[in-house]
Design a protein around this ligand. Structure first.
Ligand code: SF4
Length: 343
């Protein structure tokens, strides 16, 4: 195993709720509540879950878009969550982000050439103006856009082309890690596939590490090496993609996967409809946070919060079912493997 480029240890982000004239704190939104994972060089880890589970907050916390409540973020061996702004600057270059909305994330008053030149100049990556121009041209090649399009304005491009420009801008800083926060969610289906393919190619060509934040398991399946599933501010399962798709070890993952369309008619497992809504992150349920919706919940689940533990090599799950004998554990074994054999 190579050294992780990113380590997130027990990350917490609790947003205070203020009320009244004096703005006193009346509670907290436990958006992220003890999340740990790591990403190796050249690896894609996907962070998935329903909207509001805290996955985007994890991405923003890593990028230091706000201070965290607890835990650590370590980039290439250096802790960055408490780094002063001056020291953080060169570290920021090494982590770039591509957001969901390519319309609002490009300055409409800048031509593409200037959008791409800005990070090159800001981080002092070029020797001179000719070097900047050469780098901008290379970036256009990398994201498969014509070089002469550098003279155009953002509004002259389609949504997919704009997202290519956002990716080129992220690459301009020569990062080690790219965080894609729902980066293809706003795009049409065919364009989505093109951008996913592009990201995959770039990752292979450049050896980038990627944190791919998405609610869409069908997209994640094409992109990723490993998957971490979040529910109400915590990771409930982490596994290599094949293992997770073939045989999930957490009831929540099983339910999410049951809704993913599969190509072969009749190959899909029965859809599991979860009861109730996602509980409020202001008052997460005691015990297992998923017990109010879990089809397998039993008494212990209401009392005791399960911790993530390894159920097989590289496959981690936070569920009390794995303390039960296999005959009483509906998620034991490989029963899902045949059903999702196309994976
Ligand atoms: Fe369901 Fe209990 Fe497992 Fe939580 S610990 S996922 S409630 S079986």
């Amino acid at each position: 195993m190579s050294k992780p480029i990113l380590e997130v240890n027990d990350l917490k982000k609790h947003f205070p709720i203020r009320a009244g004239f004096f703005g006193g704190i009346t509670g907290h939104v436990y958006a992220v509540d003890g999340v740990s994972f790591s990403i190796e060089k050249g690896e894609t880890l996907s962070l998935v879950g329903e909207s509001g589970c805290g996955k985007s907050t994890v991405g923003k916390a890593i990028l230091r878009l706000f201070d965290i409540t607890g835990g650590q973020v370590v980039l290439d061996g250096q802790r960055i969550d408490d780094m002063p702004a001056g020291t953080l600057r060169p570290m920021r270059r090494r982590m770039q982000v591509v957001f969901q909305d390519p319309y609002s994330s490009l300055n409409p008053r800048m031509r593409v050439r200037d959008i791409l030149a800005e990070p090159i100049r800001n981080f002092g990556l070029a020797k001179d103006a000719a070097d900047i121009e050469r780098r901008v041209g290379d970036l256009m090649d990398r994201v498969r856009l014509p070089r002469d399009a550098v003279n155009r304005w953002p509004h002259e491009f389609s949504g997919g082309q704009r997202q290519r420009i956002c990716i080129a801008r992220a690459l301009a800083a020569e990062p080690d890690l790219i965080i894609c926060d729902e980066a293809v969610s706003a795009l049409d289906v065919s364009v989505k596939a093109q951008i996913v393919n592009l990201l995959q190619d770039l990752q292979k060509e450049l050896g980038l590490a990627m944190l791919f934040i998405s609610h869409d398991l069908a997209i994640v399946e094409h992109m990723t090496h490993r998957v971490a599933v979040m529910y109400l501010g915590r990771i409930v399962e982490v596994a290599p993609k094949r293992q997770l798709f073939a045989a999930p070890k957490h009831p929540y993952t099983e339910a999410l996967l049951s809704a993913v369309p599969v190509p072969e008619p009749g190959a899909a497992r029965d859809r599991i409809i979860l009861k109730g809504d996602v509980p409020s992150p202001i008052r997460p349920p005691k015990g297992c946070r998923f017990h109010t919706r879990c089809p397998y919940a039993f008494d212990r689940c209401k009392q005791e919060e399960p911790v993530l533990r390894q159920t097989e090599q590289g496959h981690w799950s936070a569920c009390h079912l794995h303390d039960r004998p296999a005959a009483e554990n509906p998620l034991a074994g490989e029963r899902g493997a045949a059903v999702l054999a196309h994976h």
